[in-house]
Design a protein around this ligand. Structure first.
Ligand code: MOS
Length: 762
């Protein structure tokens, strides 16, 4: 808190984009249309690994209304990818997963495009495929990419055969550490594919103009990355690509990378008409960017009184057929294996593996729930074995202010103990196994974690209009979190105006300043800081404008009450903006921010793209649930989240983020899984892919802790990703407390619980 009472930041104000969205008036990418546009549809592989021996589009092309059909032979052979350039626009001679794009059709209606896709004739020659990570690592396993060694990749990656990246972190002396342990525990955990579950399907509308420039309206989280990626696959200078995001209905990491934009752009280029493509649920569940499955093994040694001494951990992470963010996610899992715990001796390794399944991506807190499920399940197992209360065990081992993280970076603004105590108090921790509950067994569990606030630069243009309103142009999209409202609250605070005076525009890469994008819990944090910088610059501009008029020092000029003030002098902000338009081109500023990167110890880290974390957040989830003694069905009685948000810019939307993250985490914990059998997705529809609904959701009790970060606006920390990290572990721990059954494989379905209890003779 600075010297004055905040009027706007920290208040539960309504979202600046709220009315349009709740009334259905807001135009999302999938609502967007252009005159004369065609509809695109993709032909997808029905084989998991095969050579394409015949592709005949002649019958399809002859259908009335079909304008263009494209396959690999019709466009330049360009491979793209974030970490490894391993992915073609269309599979050329080989398909690597079932659902991979082989051809695309543009037609005058969606029905005609679908009919044309069905009329394309194709024949395959199957190749040996590999679906299991551990199989893929064996000598002689089929290679998903025979030519992996020829691919361009980030230099930090350590690749070989079916391994797209390998990272490690180590400190202390692992052998000596284990030698001094009282007991050593080994466990194995597995986690599944889960879809980000955004409401709006991925969409693109592409249109080319007379100069050979292309505009793409789409729902990407990263418009500037999208622009560069499209330039690459279209073989164009980036200046000829414009990306506009009219609106985006959720992302959660699933809209960070190209979805259908490249198909729409190529089809539009050849058709000489705009083309629109929208994904179906089936496409979402077979060719999107779900969370990667993992196999995690942990070996942890402790002293007799429950102090962590040594830990060895290994994560295998299934990228599917294309690496995308798999290598980076696998590396992030190393920080998750460390958890928010002091561990003097450690050795963590991660391996990202190719298999013949759909590609995967960075879903909200990439690596978070997987690593946390393993570590926090094992903490309970160890504590129970030693006869130490799991809360007490955690309190003995969590980070204190100034401790070093696994990369040797300093951990600051540490609030993990407070989050543990407050969540435990709220759930009534002392009574961990309250006993039978009418045919059900009841228990409580908790799990804690840490996370980072992602860096990257942000920029905003802020313009003060001659009617006194303020326009902010940002390169970051509002993906539904309310983050842009948070940034606007900060801007309003700094400029002395109301939130209602602020207008925000859509992102258009031709017009908006660069921003690293809506990802990594960074938007309100980073854009908010850019707004502070812009406001400071505007204050300077205004001081220099009115100072000479009033004969006062420019630095004495303050912005308050929608006005400009110095001593007894006052003008409204509107008057000053109008004055500036007459004398100096108007009041406009480009505010920028980039979070400083902390130093770390490079000798502890190998092949890690993000070794040191910035603006850490700390959080604990506590759950009280009941398990049906016959069916194994889990019902959640109470759910508590104690999360350190640094400074709650808008508590209402932070609570919204927490509720949503918990819903996604409950889905991963109990019911969601993209089920593969032999490379085929068995449940590629929203009936059989079971996301929790409102009926499945408990009320989420939120405790917001405000331990200020060094770099955040007013001390804020990233908020969006953390809430989906702990639900699987907290729920697994509560189920174990309730039933004595420990499930180490996600999702923890009723069936798994019931079968395990039968086996236990329970
Ligand atoms: Mo998030 S996975 O950084 O959108």
């Amino acid at each position: 808190m600075s010297t004055y009472e905040r009027r706007v930041a920290g208040k539960r104000l309504k979202r600046i984009d709220g009315i349009g969205k709740v009334t259905g008036k807001h135009v999302y990418a999938s609502d967007f249309a252009l005159p004369g546009m065609l509809f695109g549809k993709i032909l997808r592989s029905t084989e998991a690994h095969a050579r394409i021996v015949r592709l005949d589009v002649s019958k399809a092309l002859a259908l009335p209304g079909v304008r263009t059909i494209l396959s690999a032979q019709d466009i330049p052979q360009i491979l793209f990818g974030t970490a490894v350039k391993d992915r073609p626009v269309f599979a050329a001679d080989v398909v690597r997963f079932r659902g991979e794009a082989i051809a695309a059709v543009a037609a005058t209606s969606l029905e005609i495009a679908e009919a044309a896709v069905r009329a394309i004739e194709i024949a395959y020659e199957p190749l040996p495929a590999v679906f299991d990570m551990e199989e893929a690592l064996k000598p002689g396993a089929p290679l998903v990419h025979g030519a992996w060694g020829d691919y361009q990749a980030l230099p930090v990656l350590d690749r070989e055969g079916n391994i797209s990246g390998r990272s490690s972190m180590a400190g202390g002396d692992i052998e000596a550490g284990f030698a001094e342990c009282y007991r050593v525990y080994e466990h194995r955990f597995t986690t599944q594919h889960v879809h980000p579950g955004y409401t709006e399907p991925r969409t693109a509308i592409a249109s080319w103009d007379g100069n050979g420039d292309v505009s793409v309206w789409c729902n990407t989280q990263l418009p500037f990355d999208m622009k560069n990626m499209l330039a690459e696959v279209l073989d164009l200078p980036a200046s000829k690509v414009r990306v506009v995001v009219p609106g985006i209905g959720g992302g959660f990491g699933g809209k960070l990378r190209v979805g259908v934009e490249h198909f729409a752009a190529w089809l539009a280029r050849r058709s000489k008409r705009p083309v629109k493509i929208v994904t179906t649920s089936e496409e979402e569940l077979t060719d999107a960017y779900p969370r990667q499955p993992t196999v995690i093994t942990l070996r942890t040694g402790v002293s007799k009184d429950g102090i962590l001494i040594a830990r060895e951990g290994r994560v295998l992470l299934d990228c599917g057929a294309y690496a995308n963010s798999g290598p980076a996610t696998a590396a992030l899992a190393l920080q998750m294996l460390a958890g928010p715990y002091r561990t003097p001796h450690f050795s963590y390794e991660s391996v990202a593996v190719y298999t013949n399944k759909g590609s995967t991506g960075s879903f909200r807190a990439p690596a978070g729930p997987m690593g946390n499920f393993a570590v926090e399940s094992q903490i309970d197992l160890i504590a129970d074995d030693l006869g130490i209360d799991p809360l007490e065990f955690r309190l003995r081992n969590v980070y204190r202010e100034g401790d070093k993280g696994p990369a040797g970076d300093t951990v600051s603004s540490v609030s993990i103990e407070e989050s543990l105590r407050r969540a435990a108090d709220a759930i009534g921790w002392k009574d961990r196994k309250p006993g039978p509950d009418g045919g059900k067994s009841r228990g409580k569990g908790l799990a804690c974690s840490w996370w980072l606030t992602t860096g990257g630069s942000s920029g905003v243009y802020v313009k003060i209009n001659p009617d006194g309103t303020v326009t902010v142009v940002s390169g970051a999209v509002e993906i539904g979190t309310g983050a842009m409202t948070g940034a606007a609250q900060i801007l309003a605070e700094e400029l002395g105006v109301d939130l209602g005076d602020i207008n925000a525009t859509d992102v258009d890469t031709h017009l908006s300043p660069y921003d690293y994008g809506a990802q990594g819990s960074r938007t309100a944090f980073s854009v908010g800081n850019a707004c502070i910088a812009a406001a400071q610059d505007l204050r300077r501009q205004i001081g220099e404008l009115v100072g000479p008029l009033w004969n006062v020092a420019p630095e004495s000029v303050r912005l308050e009450g929608k006005g400009v003030v110095s001593g007894n002098n006052r003008l409204s902000l509107a008057e000053v903006a109008a004055l500036s338009q007459r004398t100096g081109g108007g009041l406009i500023s480009h505010g920028t921010f980039i979070q400083p990167m902390p130093t770390f110890d490079p000798t502890r880290v190998r092949n890690h793209p993000l070794p040191a974390w910035t603006s850490h957040s700390f959080h604990t989830h506590a759950v009280d649930l009941s398990v049906d003694d016959v069916t194994g069905e889990v019902s959640i009685n109470r759910y508590v989240v104690a999360q350190d948000v640094g400074f709650a810019i808008n508590p209402t939307y932070i609570e919204g983020q927490i509720e949503g993250g918990v819903a996604q985490g409950i889905g991963q914990a109990l019911s969601e899984e993209i089920v593969y059998e032999g490379g085929r997705v068995l449940n590629a529809n929203l009936t059989d892919y079971k996301m929790p609904t409102m009926m499945d959701m408990p009320r989420v009790e939120c405790i917001l802790i405000e331990k200020p970060s060094v770099n955040g606006p007013y001390g804020a920390k990233g908020v969006g990703e953390p809430p989906c990290i702990q639900p699987p572990a907290a729920i697994a721990n509560a189920i174990a407390a309730a039933t004595g059954v420990r499930i180490q494989t996600l999702p923890i379905t009723a069936e798994k619980i019931a079968l395990a209890r039968l086996k236990d003779g329970d």
